[in-house]
Design a protein around this ligand. Structure first.
Ligand SMILES: *[C@@H]1O[C@H](CO)[C@@H](O)[C@H](O)[C@H]1NC(C)=O
Ligand SMILES: *[C@@H]1O[C@H](CO)[C@@H](O)[C@H](O)[C@H]1NC(C)=O
Ligand SMILES: *[C@@H]1O[C@H](CO)[C@@H](O)[C@H](O)[C@H]1NC(C)=O
Ligand SMILES: *[C@@H]1O[C@H](CO)[C@@H](O)[C@H](O)[C@H]1NC(C)=O
Ligand SMILES: *[C@@H]1O[C@H](CO)[C@@H](O)[C@H](O)[C@H]1NC(C)=O
Ligand SMILES: *[C@@H]1O[C@H](CO)[C@@H](O)[C@H](O)[C@H]1NC(C)=O
Ligand SMILES: *[C@@H]1O[C@H](CO)[C@@H](O)[C@H](O)[C@H]1NC(C)=O
Length: 377
C-alpha cells in the first residue's frame, strides 16, 4: 500500500510538471505537432456526428440543454459531456483549438477537397462499437466503425488523386481511436444464454475487428495510431445501479463485476494486437492508453494536485439513484463539475477526460505504451 501511495505521488508530480511544460511549449509554438488529426470511435469522442443522423434516437444524441454547459458557447453541440471531450482535449494537447469538425457537418465538396487535410476530420458516432451490429438496436442508427473507416479511406484516395502531398500529410497525421465500450455494455446487459456464452470468443471477435480497421487505415497511408482501450465500463452510473440491484455481481469498487472483468480482459488483448500489427506493418507506430489502469488510479487516489475528484459514483447530471436515469434539461445539475468523475450515466466530465488526455500525451510508461502521444507525434 505504501508503495502504491508513493507511486501516486510520483505520478502526480510528473503530471503537474509535464502540464506546465506542455503549456509552455504550446505558448511558444502555435503550430500543432501533427498536420492533422483524424478521430474514430464512439460517444467518448463524438463531436456532433449523431446530430446529422435522421434515425438516431434521442438517447444517442447530446443536442439538448445541460450538455455543453461548460463549453465556451455554453450550448449543446453533440458532445456527450459538460464541456470538451477526450478528442477535443487530446487535440488541444497537440496544439489544435479543439477536435476537428464532425464529418457529417461538412458539405461533401469541403470534405472531398484535400483542404480538409489542414486540420482533420472527426468520424466518431455515439453508440458505435467494434462490431457491426453494436448500436443499431440501442440507437436506431449510428455510423458504425466499418463505415467510419470506409468514409475516411474513400476521402483519402480522392485527396491523393488530387494532390501529391496528401500521402505525406496522411502519414504524418494522428489517427485517434476510442471504441469498444458499447460492445461491452451491450454484451453485459444482454448476455448470450449460459450454454452459448463464451467471453473469450466474444473478446477475440472484438480484437479481430479492431485489427481489421487499423489495417484498412494503414492501407491508405495512416502510420501513427493513438488508441484508448475501454475503461472500467462497469463503474459508470448506469452499470453501478445494475450492480446495486444485483449484489451478486458487485466488485471491490461497488461496480458491475462482469462488465469490469470484460474491460480488464480486453486491455491486454488490444495491446498484443497492436504490438503484432506494428511488427507486420512497416512504418506503423502506435501509442496505447490503458483506460482501465487510469480509472483505477483515479478511484484509488481521487485527489492529487493534478485533479480533485470528490464524487466518483454519482453522475453530475442525472435523475434517480446514482443519476442513472438520464440527464436532460429537467435533471439535477451539480455545481462543481470539476469534482465529479461522471457527467451523465455513461460519460465522464470534462475534468475526467482531461486526466485521460493529459496521460495519453505525457505518460512515461505507467498507463501508456510503448510511447506516449507526444513521442508518437
Ligand atoms: C459513409 O459510409 C457509409 C457506409 O459505407 C455510406 O453509406 C455513406 O454514404 C458514407 N457517407 C458519406 C458522406 O460519404
Ligand atoms: C497540395 O497541398 C499542399 C498542402 O496542403 C498545398 O500547399 C498545395 O498548394 C496543393 N497543391 C495543389 C495543386 O492543390
Ligand atoms: C471459447 O472460445 C475459445 C476461442 O475460440 C475456445 O478456444 C474455447 O474452447 C471456447 N470455450 C468453450 C467452453 O467453448
Ligand atoms: C472477475 O474476475 C475475477 C478475477 O479473475 C474473479 O475472481 C471474479 O469472480 C470475476 N467476477 C465476475 C463477476 O465475473
Ligand atoms: C516507429 O516504428 C518503426 C518501425 O516500424 C521504428 O523503427 C521506430 O523507432 C518507431 N518510432 C517510434 C517513435 O517509436
Ligand atoms: C486540487 O486542489 C488542490 C488543493 O486545494 C489545489 O492546490 C490544486 O490546484 C487543485 N488541482 C486542480 C487541478 O484543480
Ligand atoms: C462542491 O464544492 C463545495 C464547496 O467547495 C464542497 O463543500 C462540496 O463538498 C463539493 N461537492 C462535491 C460533490 O465535490
Amino acid at each position: 500500500m505504501a508503495s502504491r501511495g508513493a507511486g501516486g505521488r510520483v505520478l502526480a508530480a510528473l503530471l503537474a510538471l509535464s502540464s506546465v511544460l506542455v503549456l509552455a511549449l504550446q505558448g511558444a509554438a502555435a503550430k500543432p505537432l501533427v498536420p492533422a488529426m483524424f478521430v474514430f470511435g464512439d460517444s467518448l469522442v463524438d463531436v456532433g456526428n449523431n446530430n446529422h443522423l435522421a434515425n438516431c434516437n434521442a438517447n444517442c444524441r447530446a443536442n439538448y440543454r445541460r450538455y455543453g454547459v461548460d463549453l465556451p458557447c455554453h450550448s449543446p453541440t453533440g458532445r456527450f459531456s459538460n464541456g470538451y471531450n477526450l478528442a477535443d482535449q487530446l487535440a488541444q494537447q497537440l496544439g489544435f483549438p479543439e477536435s476537428p469538425p464532425p464529418f457529417l457537418s461538412l458539405p461533401p465538396e469541403a470534405s472531398q477537397s484535400h483542404v480538409s487535410l489542414d486540420t482533420g476530420i472527426n468520424f466518431a458516432s455515439g453508440g458505435a462499437g467494434l462490431l457491426e451490429r453494436t448500436g443499431r438496436s440501442v440507437c436506431g442508427e449510428v455510423v458504425t466503425m466499418a463505415a467510419q473507416v470506409r468514409n475516411f479511406t474513400s476521402l483519402a484516395r480522392a485527396w491523393m488523386r488530387e494532390n501529391r502531398t496528401a500521402a505525406d500529410l496522411i502519414a504524418r497525421s494522428l489517427f485517434f481511436i476510442s471504441v469498444g465500450s458499447n460492445d461491452l455494455f451491450e454484451y453485459s446487459d444482454a448476455p448470450p444464454a449460459p450454454n452459448n456464452r463464451n467471453d473469450t470468443q466474444f473478446l477475440q471477435d472484438l480484437v479481430a475487428s479492431y485489427a481489421g480497421y487499423v489495417k484498412e487505415l494503414y492501407g491508405v497511408g495512416a502510420k501513427k495510431f493513438s488508441v484508448v482501450s475501454p475503461s472500467l465500463v462497469g463503474c459508470c452510473p448506469s452499470q453501478r445501479k445494475i450492480a446495486h440491484d444485483d449484489p451478486k455481481d458487485v466488485d471491490k469498487y461497488g461496480c458491475l463485476g462482469t462488465a469490469n472483468n470484460l474491460s480488464r480482459q480486453l486491455q491486454p488483448m488490444v495491446a498484443s494486437m497492436l504490438h503484432d500489427l506494428s511488427l507486420e506493418l512497416p512504418g506503423m507506430n502506435y501509442s496505447l492508453g490503458d483506460a482501465v489502469g487510469m480509472a483505477e488510479w483515479v478511484f484509488k487516489s481521487p485527489s492529487t494536485p493534478a485533479y480533485n475528484f470528490t464524487e466518483l459514483v454519482t453522475a453530475c447530471c442525472g435523475k434517480g439513484e446514482f443519476g442513472a436515469d438520464g440527464c436532460d434539461s429537467t435533471a439535477l445539475l451539480c455545481q462543481n463539475r470539476s469534482n465529479y468523475v461522471f457527467w451523465d450515466r455513461y460519460h465522464p466530465t470534462e475534468a475526467a477526460s482531461a486526466v485521460t488526455a493529459n496521460q495519453l500525451f505525457v505518460d512515461t510508461g505507467f498507463f501508456v505504451h510503448p510511447i506516449n502521444v507526444q513521442q508518437l507525434a
